[in-house]
Design a protein around this ligand. Structure first.
Ligand code: NAD
Length: 312
C-alpha cells in the first residue's frame, strides 16, 4: 500500500499506526486529528522508531489535506465509550462527526477505501455509505473481527489448542446484540458441538452462553480497567488492512457492510463472514446458521436500524 491515512490519533488510531508500521503495511502513513499537538507528538514519537521497521514516511496534522491521495483511510476519530455507556449511545455524536468530515475527505482522497472503526461501527458504516453513496464495498467497518478474535482466544484457552486452528465467527452488530455462529464453529474441522473423546468438548449450552457473555462484555471490562481498548483492535484493523492490500487472494473476515437483500435479514450494515480484498468488502459467504442464530442476527439488524432511525 502506498498511503495509509488514519483519522484520529487517540488510543486506537495510534495503536493502528504503530501496528501498521511494525507490519510494514504502507510506504507512507498519515495521521489527521483536530488535536494538532497530539497528532504531531505521535508522529514524532513514531518517526523516532523508523530505523527498526520497513522503510516508511510519516506525516501528521490538523488539516485533512494530510490524507490526500490515500489508498485506505481508517477512521478512528470521535468520542469513545465512557464506563457504563453502550456503543449505540455514541451514535449521534459520532455520526455528526462523519457528516462534517466526509465531504472534505472524499475531495482529497476520492479513491480511498474507507475503513470505519469508530463506534458504533455498524451504524457509522451505514451512515458513511449513505453519505458517500458508495455501496460497492469500498466503505466497510471493522465489525466483529475483534470480537471473533476474542472468542477464538477463549475457545483456545478452553481446549488448549492454538487460536489459528479455531474457526468461529461472531456476527451481527459489534455490540450487545452480537451472536456466534456456533453451528459452523469448528476446530480443525471438528464441530465444537461434537463429543471429544478426551472430554474437551462439546461446549454445552451453558458454556456457549458464558463464552458469548464474555465476548460481549470484554470491552466494558477493559475500559473499566484502562480507559480504552486499543491493542487488539489495532491488530484486528491490521489484519483487515492486509486483506485490503491483496489483489490475488481474498480473505474471509466478519467485517461490517451492507447485507445481501436475498438473505432476507434486513438492509443495514452488520457483520457476517465475507470476502475482503483490494476491492473492499465482497460477497458474504454461504450462511450456515440455525433458526436461533438467524433470529439473533435479525435482532442485531433491528438494533442497528433502531439507532439509525433515531439519527438519520
Ligand atoms: P480517543 O479519545 O483516544 O481518540 C479519539 C481521537 O479523535 C482524539 O485524539 C480526538 O482529538 C480525535 N477527534 C475527535 N474529533 C475529531 C475530528 N472531527 N477530526 C479528527 N479527529 C478528531 O478515543 P479512542 O480510544 O482512540 O477510540 C476512538 C473510537 O474507536 C471510539 O469511537 C471507540 O469507541 C472506537 N473503538 C472501536 C473499536 C471497534 O472494534 N470498532 C474498538 C475500540 C475502540
Amino acid at each position: 500500500m502506498n498511503h495509509l491515512a488514519i483519522i484520529g490519533a487517540g488510543n486506537v488510531g495510534t495503536a493502528i499506526a504503530f501496528t501498521a508500521l511494525n507490519r510494514g503495511i504502507a510506504r507512507h502513513l498519515s495521521l489527521f486529528d483536530i488535536n494538532r499537538p497530539r497528532a504531531i507528538g505521535e508522529m514524532l514519537d513514531l518517526r523516532d522508531g523508523l530505523q527498526f521497521v520497513r522503510p516508511a514516511t510519516i506525516e501528521a496534522g490538523d488539516q485533512i489535506s494530510v490524507c490526500a491521495d490515500a489508498d485506505v483511510v481508517v477512521i478512528t476519530a470521535g468520542a469513545k465509550q465512557q464506563p457504563g455507556e453502550t456503543r449505540l449511545d455514541l451514535a449521534g455524536r459520532n455520526a455528526g462527526l462523519l457528516r462534517s468530515m466526509l465531504p472534505g475527505l472524499t475531495r482529497v482522497a476520492p479513491k480511498a477505501v474507507l475503513l470505519i472503526v469508530t463506534n458504533p461501527v455498524d451504524v457509522l458504516t451505514q451512515v458513511a455509505i449513505d453519505l458517500t453513496g458508495r455501496v460497492d464495498g469500498t466503505v466497510l467497518g471493522s465489525g466483529t473481527v475483534l470480537d471473533s478474535s476474542r472468542l477464538r482466544h477463549l475457545i483456545a484457552l478452553r481446549f488448549g489448542i492454538a487460536e489459528r486452528h479455531i474457526h468461529a465467527h461472531v456476527v451481527g452488530e459489534h455490540g450487545d446484540s452480537e451472536t456466534v455462529l456456533w453451528s459452523s464453529a469448528n476446530i480443525g474441522g471438528a464441530p465444537l458441538t461434537a463429543d471429544w473423546t478426551d472430554g474437551r468438548g462439546p461446549i454445552d449450552e451453558a458454556g456457549r452462553a458464558w463464552l458469548l457473555h464474555q465476548v460481549r462484555n470484554a470491552a466494558y471490562e477493559i475500559i473499566a480497567g484502562k480507559g480504552a481498548t486499543s491493542w487488539a483492535i489495532a491488530l484486528a484493523a491490521a489484519q483487515i488492512l492486509d486483506a485490503l492490500d491483496q489483489t490475488t487472494q481474498s480473505s474471509v473476515l466478519p467485517v461490517s457492510g451492507p447485507i445481501d437483500p436475498d438473505l432476507g435479514l434486513g438492509d443495514v450494515c452488520i457483520s457476517l463472514p465475507r470476502l475482503v480484498d483490494a476491492n473492499g468488502a465482497g460477497p458474504i459467504l454461504p450462511l450456515i446458521a440455525t433458526d436461533e442464530e438467524l433470529a439473533a442476527i435479525r435482532g442485531s439488524v433491528a438494533a442497528v436500524k433502531a439507532t439509525l432511525d433515531k439519527i438519520r
